[in-house]
Design a protein. Structure first.
Length: 114
């Protein structure tokens, strides 16, 4: 379990370094995740220690939402006073995401003969 956690933290740290010096517009954890996936693809399999840590994280994923929920409760008066602007921003971002996803899917499916 410790070895798997060390691997995850190693790739996150490596991602932070790569992002700081070479890819400043991409967050370090995202770069680290891409590096981890590339390493796993190159290796051909997921080590049992890493699989154990990933399973434990996935089983307890709900705990990660507690700080966000506390933040929402803490700022509830401000959120309520700006509810319309927040709702418009959420709807606009969802519509924009769906439109871009559809355009990318259409562009990529043109090359697919099936």
């Amino acid at each position: 379990m410790i070895a798997g956690l060390v691997q995850i933290l190693l790739f996150q740290g490596l991602g932070e370094l790569v992002a700081k010096f070479f890819l400043p517009l991409i967050p370090g954890p995202v770069v680290g995740l891409v590096l981890l996936v590339a390493w796993l693809r190159w290796r051909g399999s997921v080590p049992a220690t890493l699989d154990g840590v990933a399973t434990a994280f996935a089983q307890n994923l709900g705990l990660l939402f507690i700080p966000a929920a506390v933040g929402v409760v803490m700022y509830w008066p401000q959120l309520r006073s700006h509810a319309l602007a927040i709702a418009v921003a959420l709807v606009a971002s969802v519509v924009a995401t769906m439109a871009v996803t559809a355009l990318v899917l259409r562009a990529l499916s043109k090359d697919d003969p099936g």
